[in-house]
Ligand binder design. Structure first.
Ligand code: SIN
Length: 281
């Protein structure tokens, strides 16, 4: 079956059909997938049946695996590369990170070399009366940049924001030792995408705690204005999950948040892998 790429019609995102990720992919098919990924920022494949090693192998084709600190507590047994994102508790213990990513963010932006992208494989999706819950929203940071007024573009180009691991509120707060592994870092507010060359806004409310060379109050106001701009409805694709979806997003071109509109006994179980990236420039 030939590969088909169907844009969502939103500012980002495309569905890819005609690919079975449980089978080995030839180089031409992989190249088409990677091009779609760079072009659309979010891509997804419906109806997949992949094992943890298959997901890890597919992730590795995009770059080395990036180990997430939360995987040290919640990974798939036998596959330390896969972090479990879930609201499920078994024998009194959570099987994964609960309420992960409920506020707009870009993964691991608090590190010096944030990951290229993240892959989420839907194992169990909650639904109510047949209506799926637990959607994920994605915002195009490239479209948001393009839509800024020229004067504001000139004002922020070349500026760097301070990102702090402790800025984000988490359902499972990190320990002091975990926080100590991530001292604050700075990144350009306007990033050039390493593969497409497109400029992308790289600023979010919780993780960004300041802007270099700017008074704290002015920086806070500018961060809030830019962060709110990125997530305007015009730049958003909202993914309604089905179990068997494998979706991946680009952490430079897109920000995302998980909608927490479900609770036990409705179960959501996702397997997440992350691929290494480059120093933002
Ligand atoms: C995340 O931010 O990695 C979680 C996204 C989701 O569970 O939908």
């Amino acid at each position: 079956m030939a590969i088909e790429i169907i844009p969502t019609g939103a500012a980002l995102g495309a569905e890819i059909r005609g690919v079975d990720l449980a089978q080995p992919l030839d180089d031409a098919t992989f190249a088409a997938i990677e091009r779609a990924y760079d072009e659309h920022g979010v891509i997804f494949f419906r109806g997949q049946h992949v094992t943890p090693p298959q997901q890890v192998a597919f992730t590795r084709r995009f770059g080395e695996i990036e180990f997430n600190i939360f995987g040290e507590r919640w990974s798939v047994p036998g596959s330390p590369e896969i972090v479990v994102v879930s609201n499920v508790t078994e024998d009194g213990r959570p099987i994964g990170i609960r309420r992960a990513g409920e506020n707009w963010h870009s993964d691991m932006c608090y590190t010096a070399r944030p990951p290229r992208g993240t892959m989420l494989y839907a194992r169990e999706i909650p639904d109510l009366f047949g209506l799926p819950l637990g959607d994920t929203e994605f915002a195009s940071a490239a479209a948001a940049w393009s839509a800024l007024p020229q004067a504001l573009k000139e004002r922020i180009e070349g500026r760097r924001a301070v990102f702090d691991f402790r800025g984000r509120k988490r359902a499972f707060p990190p320990t002091q030792a975990e926080s100590d592994r991530y001292p604050p870092v700075t990144h350009p507010i306007v990033r050039r995408h390493p593969h497409t060359g497109r400029e992308c806004l790289y600023v979010m409310r919780d993780d960004c705690i300041g802007i270099e060379g700017m008074e704290p109050e002015a920086a806070e106001t500018l961060i809030a204005a830019l962060a709110d701009h990125v997530v305007k409805p015009a730049f958003i694709y909202r993914h309604q999950w089905r179990s068997g979806d494998l979706l991946m997003w680009d952490n430079c071109a897109a920000q995302h948040r998980a909608i927490q509109d479900y609770d036990l006994p409705l179960r959501r179980v996702m397997h997440r892998t992350t691929m290494g990236g480059s120093v933002p420039a």
